[in-house]
Ligand binder design. Structure first.
Ligand code: AMP
Length: 382
């Protein structure tokens, strides 16, 4: 099957081809026709499954038949949990609208940056991608109105709830007109998601897609671990990066402080690195990610929070400098590599203190990770 089977218009098909997409992913096969037919959707899927295009394409197509959007009365509202995801999702909408001239405008809005430019840019916006808090600020400032929204998308709804957005989401729902199409995407179907489902969705088409937490995806990722002492961690990381000639590597740590310290050490040793974590300004986060994606910086050191939902294509290496607390986060982290069918390698550094926890992770994942001793490795000079 190819994308022309969905009956999408020529400018969209041209943009899809320009993105290099040839065959729709499973979630796209199911979601695109259902959304075009104005069904509500419950998608159990994560980043990596192709879910963004699965809703962006039909939602852009809907504008072909719509009357022009009234200024500041957006028609399509996409709520996302993080600033990075807002930018990423808006970019997908924009790249698919490339050949539509000025017909469809998408804007991303999020907190942590000044609100004034966002208020000005709102003019003429058809599709708004927003984090909940900033959206409410913009509504309060009368920069945007939700009374003419025709489609609501909740992307990564589980993370929105985890990050404590439940109350803000409720306030937003109350401002929406009752008659609308609702698309709910979540990695899990936990009880709180079931509650949102019951509240928002009418006879949804349910689509459940295996994702990067799925065994098949994990299969594509080569996993290895190295036993190190806490003192060896730093030198061993530098040894790995240099010895394996890693051109691009995402390194996970457990805290903001560890991220900043590690970046200083790496830079001191001639390895160019930047940090990505929740205490950086939005400008610094966006810039670090942009530079890393563009291949301008070799090493990105991140905490779990900042890494959520980030899509970096063809990232060959992920290193767990600190092991994550939950096995779910482990799988989520290693899923940053081996995306979209590409292979990748995930490396974990295991201190004696981590041994027990690492066993639990492997048990949960139902996979044994090849673990090497490092006593013989000469770390002199690293
Ligand atoms: P997402 O789950 O939306 O974050 O998408 C994961 C990655 O898959 C992104 O880099 C997309 O550009 C890519 N992608 C999505 N759909 C397709 C497709 N049909 N063919 C090739 N790549 C795709």
């Amino acid at each position: 099957m190819d994308f022309s089977a969905f009956g999408l218009s020529a400018p969209l098909l041209k943009a899809i081809a320009a993105q290099g997409y040839v065959t729709p992913y499973p979630i796209q096969e199911q979601a695109i026709p259902a959304i075009l037919n104005e069904h509500d959707i419950l998608g159990i899927a994560q980043t990596g499954s192709g879910k963004t295009a699965s809703f962006a394409l039909p939602l852009i197509e809907q504008f072909r038949e719509r009357k022009p959007t009234r200024n500041r009365y957006v028609k399509t509202l996409v709520l996302v949990p993080t600033r990075e995801l807002a930018l990423q999702v808006a970019t997908v909408f924009q790249s698919f609208s490339l050949y539509l001239g000025n017909r469809v405008k998408t804007l991303a809005v999020f907190g942590g940056v000044s609100i004034n430019p966002q208020m000005k840019s709102m003019s003429g916006t058809d599709i708004l991608v927003a984090t909940p808090g900033r959206l409410l600020d913009l509504i309060e400032n009368k920069a945007v109105h939700l009374s003419e929204v025709e489609v609501l998308v909740l992307d990564e709804a589980d993370k929105m709830l985890n990050l404590g957005f439940a109350e803000e989401m409720d306030r937003i729902f109350a401002l929406l007109p009752p008659k609308r199409q609702n698309l709910l995407f979540s990695a899990t179907l936990a009880d709180d998601i079931k509650a949102i489902k019951a509240k928002l969705l009418r006879n949804p088409v349910v689509i459940s897609i295996s994702s990067d937490t799925d065994e098949t995806q994990v299969e594509l990722i080569k996993q290895v671990a190295y036993r190190v002492t806490p003192e060896q961690k730093g030198p061993f990381l530098r040894y790995l990066i240099k010895q394996q000639n890693m051109e691009q590597v995402l390194v996970f740590v457990s805290s903001v402080r560890n991220a900043d310290n590690l970046v200083v050490k790496l830079n001191k040793n001639g390895l160019e690195a930047m940090a990505l974590h929740g205490e950086k300004s939005q400008g610094a986060r966006t810039e670090a990610l942009r530079r890393f994606k563009a291949g301008l910086v070799r090493i990105l050191v991140a905490t779990d929070l900042a890494s959520r939902g980030i899509d970096i294509q063809f990232l060959p290496f992920v290193i767990n400098y600190d092991l994550p607390r939950s096995p779910k986060d482990y799988v989520h982290r290693i899923g940053r590599t081996g995306r979209a069918g590409a292979s990748g390698e995930a490396i974990s550094l295991i201190t004696p203190e981590d041994e027990h926890h690492f066993k639990i992770i492997q048990k949960k994942m139902k996979r044994l990770v090849e673990t090497h001793e490092t006593a013989d490795v000469n770390l002199q000079g690293f």
